[in-house]
Design a protein around this ligand. Sequence first.
Ligand code: ZN
Length: 281
Amino acid sequence: MEGSHTEAGGPRLVIHGVRGSTPTGGTDTARYGGHTICMSVDDGAGRVLILDLGTGLRNLQADLPPRSDGYVFDVFLTHYHWDHLQGLPFFLPIYDASNRFTFHGYGWEGMGVEELIAGTFRPPWFPVALADTAAEKEYVALNGDPIRVGDLTVSWTRLNHPQGVTAYRIDGPNSSIVVATDHEAGDPEFDEALSVLGQGADVLIHDAQYTDGEYELHYEGWGHSTWTHAVEAAQATGVGRMVLISHDPSHSDDAVDAIVEDARRSFAHLDAAYEGMAIPL
Ligand SMILES: [Zn+2]
């Protein structure tokens, strides 16, 4: 049950998956966790906001007690790369007719949200097609005004990643969190958009997949940032706290520790995301 429910202090965003690109097994990534990106806010009364559907969705599933009258899920997708969708076919609530899902996201090159999610959720890539699952489903293309989900308000902007990516801001009753994963900093227009989205927010969860050395050597243009980029974004938005996410699959727990140690010299209130981390909203 760790981190799944509203407490006296208000809702919390719980991080269920932290890894970029592909899940990692093995003992040397067990401390931060090997699941790909997924986070949620559970109101404890049957309404759950989910941000991305990576394999971390397995951890959320373990946290959800059975409900006879079902759950209402609002899913916000940053983009449609495999590592952000791969958990959905293995998420048992999608097969239960008492549950309702609303999927929010951007279209891409004429494809709508449903088509983009269903692309690999169908035979022969998976035995069942998304359209044949029992839960009630609705697909919403993002545009215009922010969306209310219970006592949360969700707003967004588009950032820099192959095929595009959406950064979200979740404003809760006590605090506000911006999630900018799978964003490559360095394009002034996108960096400014993130800075505008994050003005007045409390926490920035930002992609920090690479070290500066790795980025310069191999990964410029791959769609991810370094911890230096992340710290610059935090300083531009003026947030008080920052959380690094999208840990590279080749980075052991010790390597992530080293990144945190380096980054804290530039931004003191900084942590690396781990599975089960809960941030007040
Ligand atoms: Zn991606």
